[in-house]
Design a protein around this ligand. Sequence first.
Ligand SMILES: Nc1nc2c(ncn2[C@@H]2O[C@H](COP(=O)(O)OP(=O)(O)OP(=O)(O)O)[C@@H](O)[C@H]2O)c(=O)[nH]1
Ligand SMILES: [Mg+2]
Length: 174
Amino acid sequence: MQTAKIIVVGSFASGKDAFIQAISEIDLVATELQTAENHVALYFGRYTVDDELVIHLFGTPDTRRFEFAWDINYSRDLLGYVIVINNALPDAYPEAERIVNLFRKSAPAPFVVAVNDQDDTNGLSPEELRRVLHQPESVKFIPYGANDTESVKKVLLGLMYEIFDRVNIRKQGA
Ligand SMILES: Nc1nc2c(ncn2[C@@H]2O[C@H](COP(=O)(O)OP(=O)(O)OP(=O)(O)O)[C@@H](O)[C@H]2O)c(=O)[nH]1
Ligand SMILES: [Mg+2]
């Protein structure tokens, strides 16, 4: 049995808890994750893919600090990050842009951007949001709704593809 960790980050009220709860078999629990340097307080949920793989999802309760991520990068079994953005909260776009840029620049682990509130007519499409946040096409913006478990699974699948891409690039470069 393999255990893989995914960390969910995002600005205030972006939908981090709802994302994890949508797919978790258990109610979210407050927990601490041991990193190279210290303990980080996070919310925890669990998703069993099959007999071979269990995904542990951790959500940040503290929306202001992402510096811990550099430390968590060295945490064992980290698959990658999901950056959650609520497209109906334009006030949070600058913070979302800051977070995505921070992860592009400093986080060696793969990530995808998950965009919720897709059925809200005031919200931007993932593609529009990618442009508004000044991100290149290489950064994947994937739509989902927390009320639609299958769409949350597609976000996780998108993250898997990012991971496979990295492995392939490394192989080609070898
Ligand atoms: N329509 C819709 N609403 C959502 C979705 N995800 C979250 N919400 C709502 O947005 C609000 C914030 O969601 P949370 O999951 O608590 O957000 P959070 O990022 O954990 O919030 P903080 O921990 O306070 O930063 C809640 O009222 C959710 O019900 C979604 O996919 N669709
Ligand atoms: Mg929360």
